[in-house]
Write a protein that binds this ligand. Structure first.
Ligand code: BJ8
Length: 424
């Protein structure tokens, strides 16, 4: 990757620390992913993307900006990706799933802040994320108090914008969010010098839909017994979807779906047909966070779904049919985003219902609620989720963890016991 040093240097990265980050991710990826037996051949593309995650893709973003395009980073699926695409921009996900720069963030944030927030700010402060440095603007949202306050600090370090997300899906809340979407559109027009016309939105919605349909196709094939793809590989595909070029990602994910559909037809799986099947529900697993999926896989379970924003909470929400006007489409986009069942909403029964739907569709035997430590909304909601799962006769456990490896063995013991219980 040394051929990219001058590009990283021009982006302002701290080259020594950045080399240290890459040196940590590479071997971890090899041991977690490349060691898996019988992976679909189409996963080679995703291996390539990860191998070039700070190389070729960054080169593409730099080139896009050189031609006058904008890059907009986001921390949450509430950031309307279609609007960014509609002004010819490139949306990228900035949430980081590693504890590499957490001490940098802890100079500004309380220690009892969730790892996702610390990593997001830490990667900027440590100057180790070329995606961050490519962003003309980063867009945040008021989904949780920790993030909301972190954005105030981030604004001192990077051009930022914050969208207000309502806490209730009432008519008032919907009206507020629609206005937020409109205002964000105006900010994007100002930044890009373009105008969001109805046909731009139509095209952007279709690009996003094509990507989500490809992810849904993989999710459907995964439901087969035996499952044709490992939970780790399926999670990786979702993680890559936040960085990659949209049409290329769609094409490669469709190719993967086709291959695993053929495996299903041939009865070929990555684990025995009677392996316990698990859905992970909770806070998102940003790249390169694979701990819980890996522990479940090590314990002999197959992860068959993620009820998470790096999972079905993202790809199952589609923009509804509308009148095709600019206003009608903006309204449909705002409404789709509010269909995301984030724990920031109250009440949030839609989420518990959705978890049960995912469990039924995937024929899962149980649920692991995976919550990042210090995430109040998901941790508190986990009680209500557990109660609903119990009423539905679905076994579950809740684990609270972070990006470190300190608790790995403790979690391993609990996860092994849970998987063993599912076997009986
Ligand atoms: S729509 S889940 S991506 S907010 S884990 S930072 S909530 S303290 S990530 Fe999320 Fe959007 Fe909701 Fe999805 Fe706060 Fe909790 Fe940390 Fe979280």
């Amino acid at each position: 990757m040394s051929e990219y040093h001058s590009m990283w240097s021009e982006l302002g990265l701290d080259l020594d620390r950045h080399d240290g980050l890459l040196a940590a991710v590479g071997p971890a990826y090899e041991s977690v992913f490349l060691s898996q037996p019988d992976r679909p051949k189409a996963m080679e593309y995703f291996d390539f993307v990860v191998g070039e995650v700070h190389g070729l893709r960054i080169q593409e973003l730099v080139e896009h900006r050189r031609k006058g395009g904008i890059v907009v980073g986001a921390f949450c699926v509430f950031a309307p990706e279609d609007l960014i695409l509609a002004v010819g921009g490139v949306p990228v996900g900035l949430c980081a799933g590693a504890d590499f720069a957490i001490p940098d963030a802890e100079q500004f944030l309380p220690r009892n802040t969730c790892a996702l927030i610390k990593a997001a700010l830490g990667f900027k402060l440590a100057a180790v994320c070329p995606y961050f440095e490519c962003c003309d603007l980063v867009v945040g949202e008021t989904t949780c108090d920790g993030k909301k306050k972190m954005y105030e600090i981030l604004a001192d370090h990077h051009p930022s914008y914050v969208m207000e997300v309502p806490q209730r899906k009432t008519d008032q809340g919907r009206a507020l969010f629609l206005e937020e979407v409109r205002q964000f559109g105006s900010r994007l027009e100002e930044l890009s010098g373009g105008r969001i016309e109805a046909e731009h939105l139509r095209h952007a919605i279709e690009v996003v839909h094509a990507k989500k349909r490809a992810l849904q196709r993989v999710a459907r094939a995964r439901r087969a017994r035996p499952s044709p793809i490992s939970g780790l590989d399926a999670l990786l595909v979702s993680q890559v979807s936040f960085y990659d070029d949209y049409p290329r990602f769609t094409e490669k994910t469709d190719a993967l779906a086709q291959e695993i559909e053929a495996r299903v037809a041939a009865g070929q799986g990555v684990a025995p047909a009677d392996a316990p099947r698990v859905v992970i529900a909770g806070t998102p697993a940003a790249f390169p966070y694979w701990k819980v999926t890996q522990l479940l896989t090590d314990a002999g379970a197959v992860v068959v779904g993620e009820e998470s924003c790096v999972g079905s909470r993202y790809y199952d929400t589609m923009t509804r049919a509308n009148d095709g006007t600019r206003d009608g489409q903006l309204e449909a986009i705002a409404s789709r985003l509010l269909d995301t069942h984030c724990a920031c909403f109250t009440p949030n029964e839609d989420r518990t219902e959705d978890i049960i739907r995912v469990v039924r569709e995937t024929q899962a035997d149980g649920v692991v609620q995976s919550v990042l430590q210090f995430c109040q909304t998901y941790a508190t909601e986990s009680y209500l989720v557990e109660r609903a799962l119990e009423e539905a006769g679905i076994p579950s456990i809740e684990i609270e963890t972070d990006y470190s490896t300190e608790d790995t063995e403790r979690l391993r013991t609990r996860i092994e016991a849970f998987v063993e219980m599912l076997r009986q």
